[in-house]
Design a protein around this ligand. Structure first.
Ligand code: GLU
Length: 304
């Protein structure tokens, strides 16, 4: 299959979709991002890579970081992690407080904010320098030392993070956060503020393609079983409240972030990442979703 030709075609095909969404505007650093950017990268299981557009331009990974912190927390706690966070889609907004209250402080899944904050607490309580640990892990997986925390974004997350602070305090009241609330939030905001590009992302998620093995870090990052489980959670919980539509139209386990990035995998075959900053009403990259849909349609490659 001529993957480069397919990516080039997709870049052309998505042009009419620019201008139909809106960049995230809850913090100034994201609101300033130029909306007309586009990148796509593909990495096959044998290490061959293809890309189109600004595949080396770093962007704010935001909620895609929840995927890396989950991998880290599974490595730390194993199955015990699931006593503190569930594995069901939430059917509510990613930052909702209501469900957490009536489900007694056990978040539905690790990809809504409440669940990600619990995962962050697991990492924080098992690390000498937790803020560094997530970023170090990402750098190991991507092989790119330039993947750093954007301090301006991290600070803005703090300044506008009332709802996340409310979630963290509610979790603390249920004893589902063991550490100091502000320290846990600091780690959470910093992981959201990590910057990566599309090529970094397709390299960093290779353990989800290769049964837990990272060819970049040259080690087994997850067991094969854990990799399967992370993929299952991506499929059922990775796209905010649009996960059903995404499975329907794209058909790949994926994780998105409000920076406009989406990373997806076909286990055993490839990882693919797309970045286009304008979001749809659910908070997923509008052009990015369309590009991934075109990719699975043109290639006939999806988990279904
Ligand atoms: N930093 C954002 C928040 O916690 C993450 C947004 C996202 O990508 O979902 O609100």
């Amino acid at each position: 299959m001529d993957f480069q030709k397919i990516l080039d075609e997709i870049q052309e095909d998505v042009q009419p979709y620019f201008g139909k969404g809106a960049v995230a505007d809850y913090i100034p650093a994201l609101a300033r991002v130029s909306p007309d950017q586009f990148a796509m990268a593909l990495r096959l299981a044998d290490g061959t890579e293809y890309s189109v557009g600004s595949a080396e331009t770093p962007f704010s990974i935001q909620s895609i970081s929840k995927l890396f912190s989950l991998m880290l927390a599974m490595d730390i706690m194993g199955e015990d992690l699931w006593t503190r966070v569930g594995r069901e889609p939430s059917g509510t907004a990613f930052n909702s407080l209501v469900q957490l209250e009536y489900e007694n402080g056990i978040p539905r899944n690790p990809f809504i904010n409440a669940g990600a904050i619990v995962v962050t607490d697991v990492i924080a309580s098992h690390s000498a320098n937790a803020p560094r640990r997530v970023a170090d892990f990402v750098r190991q997986l991507s092989g790119n030392d330039q993947n750093r925390v954007d301090e301006e974004v991290a600070l803005s997350e703090w300044e506008h993070g009332y709802r996340n602070a409310a979630l963290a305090n509610l979790l603390r009241s249920f004893n589902n956060i063991t550490g100091d609330v502000d320290s846990v939030l600091d780690v959470y905001f910093r992981q959201c503020a990590i910057t990566m590009n599309c090529l970094d992302l397709v390299r960093a998620v290779q353990p989800l393609v290769l049964g837990g093995h990272s060819p970049i870090a040259n080690r087994q990052v997850l067991t094969q079983r854990e990799a399967k489980r992370v993929n299952a959670i991506m499929l059922t919980c990775g796209l905010y409240d649009a996960v059903g539509n995404f499975a329907y139209s794209v058909g790949l386990p994926a994780k998105s972030g409000v920076g406009g990035g989406i990373v997806a995998v076909l286990p055993g075959q490839f990882s693919i990442a797309v970045w286009a900053p304008e979001l749809d009403a659910a908070g997923n990259s509008l052009v990015g979703t369309r590009a991934l849909e075109l990719f699975t349609t043109k290639t006939g490659l999806s988990i279904f």
